[in-house]
Design a protein around this ligand. Structure first.
Ligand SMILES: [Fe+2]
Ligand SMILES: [Fe+2]
Length: 326
């Protein structure tokens, strides 16, 4: 299956590819971490570079819809909390880009791929944030879904990725709570505030379910990723878990989940829920999300506006190197 990559590796290492692969798979099966200097199949390395850089891009692009609301937060406290949250996301991106670099990827190439539209990021960030309640809904649902995806990644087979996830998950759980707290305040407020909260839930519910990716029977890379323990749970398992945890949270604050097919299934001990509109998902993946173009324009502008900072940092580092050499 990996014949060409393995032949390439074998030519370099002059060890039998089958032997290397068997040793690698045995380590993964024993739940050992794979580290940057270890031999790994080329397909494993490529899958990780794709997944980790997509994750990093999502953290960066995810700062945009919320960043739009920092100047409009309704109180000093809300502003301070939102600022801290958005900064956390920037930090997550930096961890993840660094972890991706341990696989031999160059950060400039990763960022180029994002800015040229070649690389993907989470489709959820191509939806607009229309009201303050959207900031609550994002923290509660989007960061909530992110936690569901990321907690199992603390045990993913690639060491640097797993370790980056430990701190990220702690911060994501603060993000989820700050969002839910905004929703709680709105849902318990005036009729108009409650209507805003419900409207935000209506718009963010389905895109949040899409965050877990396509259904298992239509997720071509899942089986291999599960086998290599890059993924530890399937998309559908995680989606179900998210629904089961989130529905009672909505009920607790008097909001209703916008799904007429949602009902508790006593026999399964889980919720049954309606079908996700996968056409909408694939359109968003193709870059046709409602504000996809706007997001990329904002991202490229931020990159260009920050050029002088990168230039200054490089010049400073060079000056220090020269001073040390002298
Ligand atoms: Fe994050
Ligand atoms: Fe977050």
């Amino acid at each position: 299956m990996y014949t060409t990559e393995l032949q390439k590796q074998a030519a370099v290492t002059s060890v039998e590819p089958a032997e290397l692969l068997a040793a690698f798979e045995a380590r993964v099966a024993a739940d050992e971490f794979i580290e940057p200097k270890d031999w790994m199949p080329e397909a494993y390395r490529r899958t990780l570079i794709r997944q980790m850089s997509q994750h990093a891009h999502s953290e960066v692009v995810g700062m945009l819809p919320e960043g739009n609301w920092i100047t409009r937060a309704p109180s000093l406290r809300r502003k301070a909390v939102l600022l801290a949250k958005v900064q956390d996301e920037g930090g997550h991106a930096l961890y993840l880009y660094s972890a991706t670099e341990t696989l031999g990827a160059a950060r400039d190439d990763l960022i180029d791929a994002l800015h040229s539209g070649k690389a993907k990021y989470s489709t959820i960030f191509n939806y607009p944030t229309l009201t303050w309640a959207d900031i609550g809904a994002i923290g509660w649902l989007v960061d909530g879904a992110a936690i569901m995806n990321q907690v199992p990644l603390q045990r993913t087979s690639y060491g640097p990725y797993a370790r980056a996830m430990v701190r990220i998950c702690k911060e994501e759980s603060f993000h989820q709570r700050q969002g839910y707290e905004i929703m709680m305040a709105l849902a318990g407020g005036t009729a108009e505030q409650k209507r805003m909260a419900q409207d935000a839930l209506n718009r963010w519910w389905w895109p949040s379910l899409m965050m877990f990716g396509p259904p298992d029977d239509n997720s071509p890379n899942s089986a291999q990723s599960m086998r290599w323990r890059i993924k530890r749970d399937t998309n559908d398992q995680l989606r179900q878990k998210f629904v089961d945890i989130t529905v009672p949270q909505a009920e607790a604050i008097g909001l209703s989940v916008p799904d007429p097919d949602l009902k508790w299934n006593e026999a399964r001990g889980q919720y049954d829920f309606g079908a996700v509109d996968w056409e909408e998902f694939y359109a968003a993946v193709r870059g046709e999300g409602p504000v996809a173009r706007e997001r990329m324009q904002a991202r490229r502008k931020a990159w260009d506006d920050g050029a002088w900072v990168r230039d200054a940092a490089t010049a400073h580092a060079e000056k220090q190197r020269a001073r040390q050499a002298a």
